[in-house]
Design a protein around this ligand. Structure first.
Ligand SMILES: [Fe+2]
Length: 303
């Protein structure tokens, strides 16, 4: 049931064997209704910093504009915001050079994501569009699971534009531009990964509540915390790993159990987002993940 999201009755016909999406198929962003966007939580490091709150609200308002106009407004980031980016991106790059998937490292470079400055969604969008027909759309905060995942069925990921608080550059309790651009966005230059994401999106649109919970776990153990085997070595591709110093180092220590990817197991394994991940799953390839997910989502409509 999707009554509160933008996905209206006039949706284009969609099937997993015909998943090309053209610009004219996209629902109107101005129709998106997001009653469930989370406000800044009290445990956020910037919660009692009035200047930070105002700045975050301003950047969020630019994202909101997108739904009225369909045009992404570039953010003129301040020197302080750029400094947070440089600190975090530089430190992550060092760990990523050892731990990240080779594909991811290459994609990051191709998208022009550097340690020097915060990339704009508009510039990354151009490249993503050309490579695998994928899109980014600004959003002003966390959205409820079904609404967020459903947009992936239009090969579109909703992305925040603001950045974490300067007092804790290593930490953010909510997605921010570091998590989006360093964690998620490079993966969408891989067409198998983009297709896989779209299958998850399609699943979210037709899932029962129970299936949606399973999908949430699949998303968690792949898109957020996935490992991949590349030329005999384990590498990280999940955004929660790639955008966190602690998680990325921890993923390869003995305190983590790394299991071969097993869909049935993954969708039935609960997780705790407030702590370091004790279990991670390793996919043999993105193509495998795509095909396994395709079969799984196809089973939704038959149940
Ligand atoms: Fe994420």
């Amino acid at each position: 049931m999707l009554p509160e999201t933008a996905l209206s009755k006039s949706e284009p016909t969609f099937s997993l064997t015909n998943f090309e999406i053209k610009d004219e198929d996209l629902p109107e962003f101005r129709d998106m209704r997001f009653e469930n966007i989370n406000e800044l939580q009290l445990d956020h490091p910037g919660a009692s910093d009035e200047d930070y709150r105002q700045r975050r609200d301003y950047i969020a308002s630019l994202s909101k504009n997108f739904r009225e106009t369909g045009v992404i407004t570039d953010v003129e980031y301040t020197e302080q915001e750029q400094a947070i980016w440089r600190t975090v991106a530089t430190r992550l790059e060092e760990i990523q050079s050892r731990r990240a998937s080779a594909f991811y490292l290459d994609a990051k470079e191709k998208l022009g994501i550097s340690t020097e400055r915060i990339p704009q969604l508009s510039e990354m969008n151009k490249r993503l569009n050309k490579l695998c027909n994928f899109r980014l759309a600004p959003i002003e905060g966390l959205v409820e699971t079904r609404g967020f995942l459903s947009w992936l069925s239009y090969r579109t990921m909703l992305c925040t534009q603001y950045i974490r608080h300067h007092s804790r550059p290593e930490y953010t309790p909510e997605p921010d531009i570091v998590h989006e651009a360093i964690g998620h966005i490079p993966n969408f230059t891989n067409c198998d990964f983009a297709d896989f994401s779209q299958f998850i999106g399609h699943g979210a649109r037709i899932a029962t509540d129970e299936q949606l919970e399973e999908l949430g776990r699949l998303y968690w153990f792949t898109v957020e915390f996935g490992l991949v085997e590349e030329e005999g070595e384990l590498k990280a591709y999940g955004a929660g790993l790639l955008s966190s110093f602690g998680e990325l180092e921890n993923a390869f220590t003995e305190s983590v159990e790394r299991r071969p990817f097993d869909l049935e197991q993954v969708i039935n394994t609960p997780y705790d987002y407030s702590d370091m991940q004790p279990i991670l799953y390793v996919i043999p390839s993105y193509a495998y993940l795509k095909e396994t997910t395709r079969k799984y989502i196809e089973s939704f409509s038959k149940k």
